[in-house]
Design a protein around this ligand. Structure first.
Ligand SMILES: [Zn+2]
Length: 542
Protein backbone atom coordinates (compact mmCIF):
# COMPACT_ATOMS: atom_id res chain seq x y z
CA UNK A 1 0.00 0.00 0.00
CA UNK A 2 1.26 3.41 -0.93
CA UNK A 3 1.68 6.15 1.64
CA UNK A 4 -1.04 8.74 1.35
CA UNK A 5 1.10 11.54 -0.05
CA UNK A 6 2.50 9.36 -2.79
CA UNK A 7 -0.72 9.04 -4.73
CA UNK A 8 0.48 8.48 -8.27
CA UNK A 9 -2.49 9.35 -10.39
CA UNK A 10 -6.00 10.74 -10.35
CA UNK A 11 -7.09 13.43 -7.95
CA UNK A 12 -8.62 11.11 -5.40
CA UNK A 13 -11.81 13.11 -5.09
CA UNK A 14 -13.92 11.25 -2.60
CA UNK A 15 -16.15 9.12 -4.77
CA UNK A 16 -17.73 7.07 -2.01
CA UNK A 17 -20.81 9.23 -1.77
CA UNK A 18 -21.58 8.78 -5.44
CA UNK A 19 -23.12 5.42 -6.17
CA UNK A 20 -24.70 5.25 -9.62
CA UNK A 21 -27.36 2.59 -9.36
CA UNK A 22 -28.46 2.36 -12.99
CA UNK A 23 -28.63 -1.23 -14.21
CA UNK A 24 -27.25 -2.52 -10.95
CA UNK A 25 -30.51 -4.10 -9.84
CA UNK A 26 -30.87 -6.25 -12.93
CA UNK A 27 -27.35 -7.44 -12.45
CA UNK A 28 -27.97 -8.36 -8.84
CA UNK A 29 -31.07 -10.27 -9.88
CA UNK A 30 -28.98 -12.36 -12.25
CA UNK A 31 -26.59 -13.09 -9.41
CA UNK A 32 -29.32 -14.19 -7.07
CA UNK A 33 -30.22 -16.65 -9.80
CA UNK A 34 -26.68 -18.00 -9.54
CA UNK A 35 -26.98 -18.28 -5.80
CA UNK A 36 -30.15 -20.31 -6.16
CA UNK A 37 -28.72 -22.77 -8.63
CA UNK A 38 -27.89 -25.24 -5.87
CA UNK A 39 -31.57 -26.13 -5.77
CA UNK A 40 -32.43 -25.23 -9.34
CA UNK A 41 -33.88 -27.84 -11.66
CA UNK A 42 -32.05 -26.04 -14.49
CA UNK A 43 -28.76 -26.76 -12.78
CA UNK A 44 -29.73 -30.41 -12.42
CA UNK A 45 -29.98 -30.46 -16.21
CA UNK A 46 -26.43 -29.10 -16.46
CA UNK A 47 -27.40 -25.67 -17.81
CA UNK A 48 -26.53 -22.27 -16.35
CA UNK A 49 -23.98 -21.10 -13.84
CA UNK A 50 -22.52 -23.64 -11.45
CA UNK A 51 -22.21 -23.28 -7.67
CA UNK A 52 -18.89 -22.48 -6.02
CA UNK A 53 -16.75 -25.64 -5.68
CA UNK A 54 -16.52 -25.53 -1.88
CA UNK A 55 -14.17 -28.52 -1.88
CA UNK A 56 -11.50 -26.28 -3.39
CA UNK A 57 -12.30 -23.32 -1.14
CA UNK A 58 -11.63 -25.65 1.79
CA UNK A 59 -8.10 -26.23 0.46
CA UNK A 60 -7.29 -22.60 1.37
CA UNK A 61 -5.98 -22.88 4.93
CA UNK A 62 -4.13 -20.78 7.49
CA UNK A 63 -1.40 -23.40 7.63
CA UNK A 64 -0.66 -23.02 3.93
CA UNK A 65 -0.87 -19.23 4.27
CA UNK A 66 1.77 -19.27 7.01
CA UNK A 67 4.05 -21.43 4.86
CA UNK A 68 4.02 -18.93 1.95
CA UNK A 69 4.21 -15.83 4.07
CA UNK A 70 7.10 -17.02 6.21
CA UNK A 71 9.05 -17.39 2.97
CA UNK A 72 7.98 -14.14 1.28
CA UNK A 73 8.39 -11.91 4.36
CA UNK A 74 11.48 -13.55 5.86
CA UNK A 75 14.42 -11.33 6.87
CA UNK A 76 16.53 -12.77 4.07
CA UNK A 77 14.08 -11.21 1.59
CA UNK A 78 15.47 -7.86 2.82
CA UNK A 79 12.17 -6.06 2.37
CA UNK A 80 11.74 -6.93 -1.35
CA UNK A 81 12.69 -3.52 -2.65
CA UNK A 82 12.12 -2.72 -6.35
CA UNK A 83 14.55 -3.53 -7.90
CA UNK A 84 16.59 -5.99 -5.83
CA UNK A 85 17.89 -9.58 -6.05
CA UNK A 86 15.57 -10.46 -3.14
CA UNK A 87 12.55 -9.21 -5.07
CA UNK A 88 13.65 -11.48 -7.90
CA UNK A 89 13.83 -14.41 -5.45
CA UNK A 90 10.31 -13.68 -4.27
CA UNK A 91 9.16 -13.54 -7.91
CA UNK A 92 10.79 -16.91 -8.59
CA UNK A 93 9.02 -18.42 -5.57
CA UNK A 94 5.63 -17.16 -6.79
CA UNK A 95 6.20 -18.37 -10.36
CA UNK A 96 7.32 -21.77 -9.07
CA UNK A 97 4.09 -22.07 -7.02
CA UNK A 98 2.00 -21.09 -10.04
CA UNK A 99 3.68 -23.88 -11.99
CA UNK A 100 3.34 -26.45 -9.19
CA UNK A 101 -0.35 -25.66 -8.79
CA UNK A 102 -1.15 -26.26 -12.44
CA UNK A 103 -1.41 -22.74 -13.87
CA UNK A 104 -0.13 -21.96 -17.36
CA UNK A 105 2.40 -19.25 -18.20
CA UNK A 106 0.98 -16.29 -20.14
CA UNK A 107 2.37 -15.56 -23.62
CA UNK A 108 5.01 -18.21 -22.98
CA UNK A 109 6.40 -16.78 -19.75
CA UNK A 110 5.77 -16.59 -16.02
CA UNK A 111 7.13 -13.05 -16.05
CA UNK A 112 6.24 -9.77 -17.67
CA UNK A 113 9.41 -7.71 -17.88
CA UNK A 114 9.30 -3.92 -17.92
CA UNK A 115 11.94 -1.27 -17.47
CA UNK A 116 12.29 1.34 -14.78
CA UNK A 117 14.42 4.37 -15.38
CA UNK A 118 16.36 6.69 -13.15
CA UNK A 119 17.26 9.95 -14.85
CA UNK A 120 19.72 12.49 -13.58
CA UNK A 121 21.60 15.49 -14.78
CA UNK A 122 25.16 14.77 -15.95
CA UNK A 123 28.18 16.57 -17.42
CA UNK A 124 28.46 18.55 -19.59
CA UNK A 125 25.53 20.80 -18.74
CA UNK A 126 26.19 24.50 -19.34
CA UNK A 127 24.73 27.81 -20.45
CA UNK A 128 26.46 30.82 -22.01
CA UNK A 129 24.94 34.11 -23.17
CA UNK A 130 27.13 36.09 -25.60
CA UNK A 131 30.04 34.00 -24.39
CA UNK A 132 29.42 34.64 -20.68
CA UNK A 133 28.88 31.43 -18.69
CA UNK A 134 26.10 31.13 -16.08
CA UNK A 135 26.18 28.69 -13.19
CA UNK A 136 24.01 25.61 -13.11
CA UNK A 137 21.40 25.81 -10.30
CA UNK A 138 21.85 29.56 -9.63
CA UNK A 139 21.55 30.62 -13.27
CA UNK A 140 19.69 27.78 -14.95
CA UNK A 141 18.15 24.38 -14.24
CA UNK A 142 17.03 21.97 -17.00
CA UNK A 143 13.32 21.00 -16.92
CA UNK A 144 12.11 17.44 -16.29
CA UNK A 145 11.33 16.62 -19.92
CA UNK A 146 14.38 18.33 -21.44
CA UNK A 147 16.04 16.81 -24.45
CA UNK A 148 19.67 15.81 -24.11
CA UNK A 149 22.16 17.60 -26.35
CA UNK A 150 23.32 21.09 -27.21
CA UNK A 151 21.53 24.05 -28.74
CA UNK A 152 23.33 27.06 -30.15
CA UNK A 153 21.73 30.07 -31.75
CA UNK A 154 20.20 33.54 -31.65
CA UNK A 155 17.41 34.21 -29.18
CA UNK A 156 13.75 35.03 -29.67
CA UNK A 157 11.31 36.10 -26.96
CA UNK A 158 7.93 34.40 -27.46
CA UNK A 159 5.81 35.68 -24.55
CA UNK A 160 4.20 32.68 -22.87
CA UNK A 161 5.16 30.40 -25.76
CA UNK A 162 1.50 29.60 -26.44
CA UNK A 163 -0.46 29.00 -29.67
CA UNK A 164 -4.21 28.57 -29.31
CA UNK A 165 -5.94 26.20 -31.69
CA UNK A 166 -8.67 28.79 -32.42
CA UNK A 167 -5.84 31.29 -33.26
CA UNK A 168 -7.27 33.80 -30.78
CA UNK A 169 -3.78 34.06 -29.31
CA UNK A 170 -0.48 32.98 -30.88
CA UNK A 171 2.94 33.92 -29.55
CA UNK A 172 4.53 32.40 -32.65
CA UNK A 173 2.58 34.45 -35.21
CA UNK A 174 4.75 36.71 -37.31
CA UNK A 175 8.07 35.59 -35.88
CA UNK A 176 10.48 33.07 -37.37
CA UNK A 177 12.11 31.04 -34.62
CA UNK A 178 13.66 28.38 -36.85
CA UNK A 179 17.16 27.54 -35.65
CA UNK A 180 16.74 29.86 -32.65
CA UNK A 181 16.52 29.32 -28.94
CA UNK A 182 13.25 30.73 -27.60
CA UNK A 183 12.66 32.42 -24.28
CA UNK A 184 9.15 31.96 -22.86
CA UNK A 185 7.49 32.93 -19.61
CA UNK A 186 6.11 30.41 -17.14
CA UNK A 187 2.30 30.35 -17.09
CA UNK A 188 -0.09 31.49 -19.81
CA UNK A 189 -2.39 34.34 -20.88
CA UNK A 190 -5.09 33.19 -18.48
CA UNK A 191 -8.52 32.00 -19.55
CA UNK A 192 -11.53 30.79 -17.58
CA UNK A 193 -10.86 27.25 -18.71
CA UNK A 194 -8.69 25.53 -16.09
CA UNK A 195 -7.81 22.69 -18.45
CA UNK A 196 -6.53 25.14 -21.08
CA UNK A 197 -4.59 26.99 -18.40
CA UNK A 198 -2.96 23.79 -17.26
CA UNK A 199 -2.11 22.58 -20.77
CA UNK A 200 -0.71 25.95 -21.85
CA UNK A 201 1.34 26.30 -18.67
CA UNK A 202 2.97 22.88 -18.99
CA UNK A 203 6.71 23.20 -19.61
CA UNK A 204 6.60 20.00 -21.64
CA UNK A 205 3.94 21.41 -23.96
CA UNK A 206 5.86 24.67 -24.36
CA UNK A 207 8.93 22.67 -25.31
CA UNK A 208 7.10 20.58 -27.91
CA UNK A 209 5.39 23.65 -29.37
CA UNK A 210 8.71 25.50 -29.64
CA UNK A 211 10.27 22.47 -31.33
CA UNK A 212 7.34 22.23 -33.76
CA UNK A 213 8.07 25.82 -34.81
CA UNK A 214 11.67 24.90 -35.50
CA UNK A 215 13.28 26.21 -32.30
CA UNK A 216 16.38 24.30 -31.20
CA UNK A 217 16.18 25.09 -27.48
CA UNK A 218 13.79 26.52 -24.88
CA UNK A 219 14.49 28.74 -21.90
CA UNK A 220 11.78 29.49 -19.36
CA UNK A 221 11.52 32.37 -16.95
CA UNK A 222 8.93 33.61 -14.47
CA UNK A 223 6.77 36.59 -15.39
CA UNK A 224 8.76 39.58 -14.04
CA UNK A 225 5.52 41.30 -13.02
CA UNK A 226 4.39 38.47 -10.77
CA UNK A 227 7.72 37.10 -9.55
CA UNK A 228 10.14 39.23 -7.58
CA UNK A 229 13.20 36.99 -7.41
CA UNK A 230 13.17 35.42 -10.88
CA UNK A 231 14.78 32.17 -9.76
CA UNK A 232 15.20 29.40 -12.34
CA UNK A 233 12.22 27.06 -12.69
CA UNK A 234 13.68 23.65 -13.32
CA UNK A 235 13.44 20.07 -12.15
CA UNK A 236 14.99 19.21 -8.74
CA UNK A 237 17.57 16.82 -10.20
CA UNK A 238 19.26 14.65 -7.59
CA UNK A 239 22.66 15.74 -8.90
CA UNK A 240 21.81 19.28 -7.77
CA UNK A 241 20.70 18.21 -4.28
CA UNK A 242 23.01 15.35 -3.30
CA UNK A 243 22.21 15.65 0.41
CA UNK A 244 18.44 15.90 0.20
CA UNK A 245 17.94 12.89 -2.03
CA UNK A 246 20.30 9.94 -2.26
CA UNK A 247 18.94 8.63 -5.52
CA UNK A 248 16.74 9.93 -8.31
CA UNK A 249 13.23 8.48 -8.25
CA UNK A 250 12.51 5.31 -10.16
CA UNK A 251 10.10 6.00 -12.97
CA UNK A 252 8.08 3.93 -15.34
CA UNK A 253 7.84 6.19 -18.31
CA UNK A 254 7.39 5.99 -21.98
CA UNK A 255 10.46 7.29 -23.81
CA UNK A 256 10.90 11.04 -23.90
CA UNK A 257 8.51 12.85 -26.19
CA UNK A 258 9.64 12.91 -29.78
CA UNK A 259 10.84 16.43 -30.45
CA UNK A 260 12.34 17.02 -27.00
CA UNK A 261 14.90 19.84 -27.24
CA UNK A 262 17.36 21.11 -24.61
CA UNK A 263 15.20 23.13 -22.21
CA UNK A 264 15.88 24.90 -18.93
CA UNK A 265 14.50 27.45 -16.52
CA UNK A 266 16.69 30.55 -16.12
CA UNK A 267 17.23 33.30 -13.55
CA UNK A 268 16.65 37.04 -13.91
CA UNK A 269 20.40 37.59 -14.35
CA UNK A 270 20.44 35.41 -17.44
CA UNK A 271 17.40 37.22 -18.87
CA UNK A 272 19.06 40.57 -18.21
CA UNK A 273 22.04 39.50 -20.32
CA UNK A 274 19.67 38.51 -23.13
CA UNK A 275 17.76 41.79 -23.07
CA UNK A 276 20.97 43.82 -23.42
CA UNK A 277 21.74 44.61 -19.80
CA UNK A 278 18.45 45.47 -18.11
CA UNK A 279 14.97 44.03 -17.80
CA UNK A 280 12.89 47.11 -18.75
CA UNK A 281 12.02 45.88 -22.24
CA UNK A 282 11.11 42.49 -20.83
CA UNK A 283 8.93 43.94 -18.07
CA UNK A 284 7.14 46.20 -20.57
CA UNK A 285 6.50 43.32 -22.97
CA UNK A 286 5.16 41.12 -20.18
CA UNK A 287 2.95 43.95 -19.01
CA UNK A 288 1.49 44.48 -22.49
CA UNK A 289 0.82 40.77 -22.96
CA UNK A 290 -1.05 40.56 -19.67
CA UNK A 291 -3.03 43.77 -20.07
CA UNK A 292 -3.84 43.57 -23.80
CA UNK A 293 -3.85 39.77 -24.17
CA UNK A 294 -1.76 40.34 -27.27
CA UNK A 295 1.59 38.72 -28.15
CA UNK A 296 4.75 40.86 -27.97
CA UNK A 297 7.20 38.40 -29.52
CA UNK A 298 10.58 39.78 -30.65
CA UNK A 299 14.09 38.80 -31.62
CA UNK A 300 16.72 39.38 -28.94
CA UNK A 301 20.31 40.54 -29.48
CA UNK A 302 21.89 37.53 -27.84
CA UNK A 303 23.66 34.35 -28.89
CA UNK A 304 23.13 31.49 -26.51
CA UNK A 305 24.62 28.06 -26.11
CA UNK A 306 22.70 25.58 -23.95
CA UNK A 307 24.10 22.12 -23.35
CA UNK A 308 22.14 19.55 -21.37
CA UNK A 309 23.28 16.03 -20.57
CA UNK A 310 20.83 13.59 -19.02
CA UNK A 311 21.94 10.16 -17.88
CA UNK A 312 19.22 7.52 -17.93
CA UNK A 313 19.77 4.15 -16.25
CA UNK A 314 17.24 1.45 -17.05
CA UNK A 315 16.65 -1.62 -14.90
CA UNK A 316 14.50 -4.59 -15.91
CA UNK A 317 11.83 -5.52 -13.33
CA UNK A 318 9.28 -8.34 -13.35
CA UNK A 319 5.59 -8.83 -12.72
CA UNK A 320 4.66 -12.50 -12.25
CA UNK A 321 1.77 -13.88 -14.31
CA UNK A 322 -0.03 -17.21 -14.53
CA UNK A 323 -3.39 -18.25 -15.92
CA UNK A 324 -6.08 -20.87 -15.52
CA UNK A 325 -7.85 -21.50 -18.81
CA UNK A 326 -11.64 -21.23 -18.57
CA UNK A 327 -13.83 -24.16 -19.53
CA UNK A 328 -16.36 -22.53 -21.86
CA UNK A 329 -15.36 -18.87 -22.30
CA UNK A 330 -11.55 -18.97 -22.09
CA UNK A 331 -10.98 -15.74 -24.04
CA UNK A 332 -12.46 -13.61 -21.26
CA UNK A 333 -10.46 -13.16 -18.06
CA UNK A 334 -11.10 -12.31 -14.47
CA UNK A 335 -7.92 -10.85 -12.97
CA UNK A 336 -6.70 -11.30 -9.41
CA UNK A 337 -3.61 -9.49 -8.26
CA UNK A 338 -1.47 -8.30 -5.38
CA UNK A 339 1.86 -6.51 -5.21
CA UNK A 340 4.77 -8.61 -3.94
CA UNK A 341 7.30 -5.81 -3.48
CA UNK A 342 7.86 -3.73 -0.36
CA UNK A 343 10.14 -0.87 0.68
CA UNK A 344 13.42 -2.71 1.33
CA UNK A 345 15.73 -2.09 4.24
CA UNK A 346 17.55 0.85 5.74
CA UNK A 347 18.27 2.73 8.91
CA UNK A 348 14.70 3.28 9.88
CA UNK A 349 12.80 6.41 9.12
CA UNK A 350 14.49 9.65 10.13
CA UNK A 351 17.74 9.73 12.08
CA UNK A 352 16.83 7.14 14.66
CA UNK A 353 18.86 3.99 14.01
CA UNK A 354 17.22 0.75 15.07
CA UNK A 355 18.60 -2.77 15.43
CA UNK A 356 16.09 -4.25 13.00
CA UNK A 357 16.48 -2.50 9.66
CA UNK A 358 14.43 -4.84 7.47
CA UNK A 359 10.97 -3.85 6.39
CA UNK A 360 9.50 -7.34 6.12
CA UNK A 361 6.21 -6.18 4.67
CA UNK A 362 4.41 -9.24 6.02
CA UNK A 363 1.00 -7.60 5.80
CA UNK A 364 2.09 -5.09 3.12
CA UNK A 365 1.89 -7.08 0.98
CA UNK A 366 3.11 -10.53 1.83
CA UNK A 367 -0.49 -11.20 2.85
CA UNK A 368 -2.03 -10.35 -0.54
CA UNK A 369 0.80 -12.15 -2.37
CA UNK A 370 0.16 -15.23 -0.23
CA UNK A 371 -3.55 -15.06 -1.06
CA UNK A 372 -2.80 -14.99 -4.79
CA UNK A 373 -0.80 -18.22 -4.36
CA UNK A 374 -3.57 -19.80 -2.23
CA UNK A 375 -6.05 -18.95 -4.98
CA UNK A 376 -3.74 -20.40 -7.63
CA UNK A 377 -3.65 -23.66 -5.67
CA UNK A 378 -7.42 -23.71 -5.11
CA UNK A 379 -8.26 -23.04 -8.76
CA UNK A 380 -5.38 -25.11 -10.11
CA UNK A 381 -6.76 -28.17 -8.28
CA UNK A 382 -9.95 -28.15 -10.35
CA UNK A 383 -10.14 -30.80 -13.07
CA UNK A 384 -10.39 -29.22 -16.57
CA UNK A 385 -14.13 -29.91 -16.76
CA UNK A 386 -14.75 -28.32 -13.34
CA UNK A 387 -13.04 -25.04 -14.14
CA UNK A 388 -15.02 -21.79 -14.27
CA UNK A 389 -16.40 -20.60 -17.60
CA UNK A 390 -14.00 -17.66 -17.94
CA UNK A 391 -10.22 -17.80 -17.56
CA UNK A 392 -8.51 -16.43 -14.48
CA UNK A 393 -5.33 -14.35 -14.69
CA UNK A 394 -3.14 -14.34 -11.57
CA UNK A 395 -0.77 -11.37 -11.28
CA UNK A 396 1.86 -10.41 -8.71
CA UNK A 397 3.06 -6.85 -9.22
CA UNK A 398 6.43 -5.31 -8.45
CA UNK A 399 7.08 -1.58 -8.01
CA UNK A 400 3.83 -0.84 -6.17
CA UNK A 401 5.52 0.98 -3.31
CA UNK A 402 7.35 3.21 -5.82
CA UNK A 403 4.04 4.46 -7.22
CA UNK A 404 2.03 1.51 -8.64
CA UNK A 405 4.75 1.10 -11.26
CA UNK A 406 4.22 -2.64 -11.89
CA UNK A 407 0.48 -2.39 -12.46
CA UNK A 408 0.94 0.74 -14.58
CA UNK A 409 3.54 -1.08 -16.67
CA UNK A 410 1.16 -4.03 -16.95
CA UNK A 411 -1.69 -1.82 -18.15
CA UNK A 412 0.59 0.00 -20.59
CA UNK A 413 1.24 -3.33 -22.29
CA UNK A 414 -1.31 -5.82 -20.96
CA UNK A 415 -0.88 -9.55 -21.55
CA UNK A 416 -4.63 -9.77 -22.14
CA UNK A 417 -6.46 -7.16 -24.27
CA UNK A 418 -8.21 -4.60 -22.04
CA UNK A 419 -11.68 -5.45 -23.39
CA UNK A 420 -11.14 -9.12 -22.47
CA UNK A 421 -10.53 -8.31 -18.80
CA UNK A 422 -13.98 -8.65 -17.27
CA UNK A 423 -13.03 -7.50 -13.78
CA UNK A 424 -10.08 -7.22 -11.43
CA UNK A 425 -9.70 -8.05 -7.75
CA UNK A 426 -6.75 -6.59 -5.85
CA UNK A 427 -5.65 -7.54 -2.36
CA UNK A 428 -3.30 -5.31 -0.40
CA UNK A 429 -2.83 -5.83 3.37
CA UNK A 430 -5.44 -8.44 4.29
CA UNK A 431 -3.95 -10.12 7.36
CA UNK A 432 -4.40 -7.74 10.27
CA UNK A 433 -6.99 -6.01 12.44
CA UNK A 434 -10.34 -7.51 13.52
CA UNK A 435 -10.52 -11.19 12.57
CA UNK A 436 -14.15 -11.15 11.48
CA UNK A 437 -14.04 -8.03 9.28
CA UNK A 438 -12.68 -7.03 5.85
CA UNK A 439 -13.02 -3.80 3.89
CA UNK A 440 -14.03 -3.50 0.26
CA UNK A 441 -13.47 -0.52 -2.00
CA UNK A 442 -14.52 0.26 -5.55
CA UNK A 443 -18.27 0.47 -5.04
CA UNK A 444 -18.79 3.69 -6.97
CA UNK A 445 -17.11 2.28 -10.06
CA UNK A 446 -18.62 -1.17 -9.93
CA UNK A 447 -21.44 -1.78 -7.52
CA UNK A 448 -21.91 -5.09 -9.36
CA UNK A 449 -18.49 -6.30 -8.18
CA UNK A 450 -19.44 -5.41 -4.62
CA UNK A 451 -22.78 -7.19 -5.03
CA UNK A 452 -20.95 -10.32 -6.15
CA UNK A 453 -18.63 -10.18 -3.14
CA UNK A 454 -21.63 -9.77 -0.83
CA UNK A 455 -23.22 -12.81 -2.40
CA UNK A 456 -19.96 -14.77 -2.17
CA UNK A 457 -19.78 -13.83 1.51
CA UNK A 458 -23.02 -15.66 2.39
CA UNK A 459 -21.59 -19.15 2.81
CA UNK A 460 -18.94 -18.22 5.37
CA UNK A 461 -19.76 -14.66 6.39
CA UNK A 462 -17.32 -11.96 7.43
CA UNK A 463 -18.30 -8.44 8.37
CA UNK A 464 -17.89 -6.37 5.20
CA UNK A 465 -16.86 -2.75 5.73
CA UNK A 466 -16.88 0.05 3.16
CA UNK A 467 -14.56 2.46 4.92
CA UNK A 468 -11.55 2.44 2.60
CA UNK A 469 -12.75 4.33 -0.49
CA UNK A 470 -10.33 7.13 0.28
CA UNK A 471 -7.50 4.60 -0.17
CA UNK A 472 -8.67 3.71 -3.67
CA UNK A 473 -5.67 5.33 -5.37
CA UNK A 474 -3.17 3.78 -2.99
CA UNK A 475 -2.95 0.36 -4.58
CA UNK A 476 -2.86 -1.41 -7.93
CA UNK A 477 -6.58 -1.58 -8.66
CA UNK A 478 -6.34 2.12 -9.54
CA UNK A 479 -4.29 1.25 -12.65
CA UNK A 480 -7.05 -1.07 -13.87
CA UNK A 481 -9.89 1.34 -13.03
CA UNK A 482 -8.12 3.96 -15.12
CA UNK A 483 -8.70 1.69 -18.13
CA UNK A 484 -12.39 1.36 -17.11
CA UNK A 485 -12.07 -2.21 -15.88
CA UNK A 486 -14.45 -2.97 -12.98
CA UNK A 487 -12.36 -3.47 -9.87
CA UNK A 488 -12.74 -4.61 -6.29
CA UNK A 489 -10.19 -3.84 -3.60
CA UNK A 490 -9.85 -6.03 -0.48
CA UNK A 491 -7.90 -4.71 2.50
CA UNK A 492 -7.96 -5.05 6.26
CA UNK A 493 -6.68 -1.48 6.52
CA UNK A 494 -3.79 0.33 8.17
CA UNK A 495 -2.25 -0.42 11.58
CA UNK A 496 0.61 0.73 13.81
CA UNK A 497 3.12 -1.48 11.94
CA UNK A 498 2.25 -0.04 8.52
CA UNK A 499 5.51 0.73 6.65
CA UNK A 500 7.49 -0.04 9.81
CA UNK A 501 10.15 -2.68 10.43
CA UNK A 502 7.63 -4.31 12.78
CA UNK A 503 5.28 -5.43 9.97
CA UNK A 504 6.50 -9.00 10.51
CA UNK A 505 5.07 -12.49 9.88
CA UNK A 506 4.30 -13.33 13.53
CA UNK A 507 1.80 -10.47 13.66
CA UNK A 508 -0.32 -11.87 10.84
CA UNK A 509 -3.68 -13.46 11.58
CA UNK A 510 -3.42 -16.52 9.32
CA UNK A 511 -6.97 -17.63 10.07
CA UNK A 512 -8.21 -14.31 8.79
CA UNK A 513 -5.89 -14.25 5.79
CA UNK A 514 -7.18 -17.67 4.67
CA UNK A 515 -10.78 -16.58 5.29
CA UNK A 516 -10.35 -13.48 3.09
CA UNK A 517 -8.70 -15.64 0.42
CA UNK A 518 -11.69 -18.02 0.47
CA UNK A 519 -14.03 -15.03 0.08
CA UNK A 520 -11.94 -13.96 -2.94
CA UNK A 521 -12.08 -17.51 -4.29
CA UNK A 522 -15.88 -17.50 -4.19
CA UNK A 523 -16.07 -13.96 -5.59
CA UNK A 524 -13.75 -14.84 -8.48
CA UNK A 525 -15.75 -17.95 -9.18
CA UNK A 526 -19.03 -16.05 -9.37
CA UNK A 527 -17.55 -13.37 -11.66
CA UNK A 528 -15.99 -16.03 -13.87
CA UNK A 529 -19.35 -17.86 -14.08
CA UNK A 530 -21.66 -14.84 -14.32
CA UNK A 531 -23.62 -14.80 -17.59
CA UNK A 532 -23.27 -11.01 -17.78
CA UNK A 533 -20.17 -8.88 -17.24
CA UNK A 534 -20.04 -6.38 -14.38
CA UNK A 535 -20.17 -2.80 -15.68
CA UNK A 536 -17.74 0.04 -15.12
CA UNK A 537 -19.37 3.22 -13.88
CA UNK A 538 -17.64 6.54 -14.32
CA UNK A 539 -17.26 8.05 -10.86
CA UNK A 540 -19.11 11.35 -10.88
CA UNK A 541 -17.18 14.50 -10.15
CA UNK A 542 -13.66 13.26 -10.94
ZN1 LIG B 1 2.85 -0.16 1.25
Amino acid sequence: MLPNMARPCGNGASDFKLIPMRSVYAFIASLVAIALVHISPIRAQGIGPRPVPERRAAAITGTRAREHLSYIAADRMMGRNTPSPELDSAGNYIAERFRMYGLEPVAGSWFQIYYLTRSDLAEPTSLTVNGTPFALKQGFIPIETTGSGSAFGEMAFVGYGVSRADSSYDDYRGIDVRGRIVLAMVGNPATDDSRTNRAESSARNKMLLAASHGAVGLLLISNPNSSHFLLPNGYPWSALYPKAMNRPPLLYQSPLPAGAIPSAGISGDVARAMFGGDLRAFITAADLIDSLRRPQSMLLPARVELRVSIRRDSTPVRNVAGMLRGSTNPDEFVVVGAHYDHIGHGQGIGKKKVADTIYNGADDNGSGTTAVMLLAEAFGGLAPGERPARSILFLAFSGEEEGLLGSRAYMADPLIPVEKMVGMINMDMIGRNARDSISLAGKSRSPEMVAIAELANRSEPMKLAYDLEEMFYRSDQASFAEARIPVLFFSSGLHADYHAVTDSPEKIDYVKLAHVARLCFRTLWLIAESPTRPAFHEPIGE
